[in-house]
Design a protein around this ligand. Structure first.
Ligand code: ADP
Length: 200
């Protein structure tokens, strides 16, 4: 804690906010290559949660880089700072009682470990959207792989920058073997017990 910064305590706690919402709050973190399907699946999961009356918000790579993180590049150092700021933002949202979905390539294990430290283990659900680089390149949703192959983009994850796959994710989705709808169902099934307020 920095000198002369004294945290304030407010009377409404996270437990009270969760109780008012009638559901738990936590972070659902989607990691995987660009074009692997993170945003597509997160979008469907959020839609289903919203239908159930659950308060949600989705943080997405491109959107965050347009605003909060528009000063950051794709260097290793800036990617680490990108993830740190997103984790701190998610942490505030968890405290506000919201189920946060976050879709970020987040290629470094160390950075993903850091998210867990920031939001706490119990509030972190890691979803590994596992799609081969060949398939992502075939989809090339944003045309980024083509640009990377042409040398127009440096530090492209999977091509010219590393992706460190999770060893033990909470949920793993092989998008080449499962439909988007079934992927969303698998995630909803996993988080349904976690949404319940039982231990507060
Ligand atoms: P990311 O957010 O990981 O960069 P996107 O969700 O933007 O990836 O793009 C993934 C693309 O792959 C979409 O065009 C989507 O329709 C397609 N796709 C095909 N099959 C699947 C699947 N089973 N799960 C998720 N996306 C899939």
């Amino acid at each position: 804690m920095k000198k002369n910064i004294i945290p304030q305590t407010y009377q409404i706690s996270v437990a009270e906010r969760r109780k008012a919402n009638n559901h738990n709050s936590f972070l659902l973190w989607f990691t995987g290559l660009s074009g692997s399907g993170k945003s597509t699946i997160a979008n469907l999961v959020e839609l289903e949660l919203h239908k159930q009356g659950i308060k949600t918000y989705t943080l997405d790579g491109d959107n965050v880089r347009k605003g909060l993180n528009n000063d950051l590049t794709f260097s290793h150092q800036d990617r680490t700072e990108n993830i740190r700021r997103i984790a701190e933002t998610a942490n505030l949202m968890i405290d506000a009682g919201i189920v946060v979905l976050a879709a970020f390539v987040s290629p470094y294990k160390k950075d993903r470990e850091n998210i867990k430290n920031i939001v706490k283990d119990v509030n972190f659900v890691e979803v590994y959207v596992n799609t081969s680089v060949e398939e992502c390149e075939r989809r090339d949703v944003k045309g980024l792989y083509k640009k990377a192959r042409a040398g127009e983009i440096k530090n492209m994850t999977g091509i010219s920058a590393p992706y460190e796959a999770p060893d033990n994710p909470d949920i793993e989705i092989h998008t080449e073997a499962i439909t988007v709808v079934n992927a969303a169902k698998k995630i909803i099934d996993y988080i349904t017990p976690k949404l319940k307020l039982n231990n507060e």
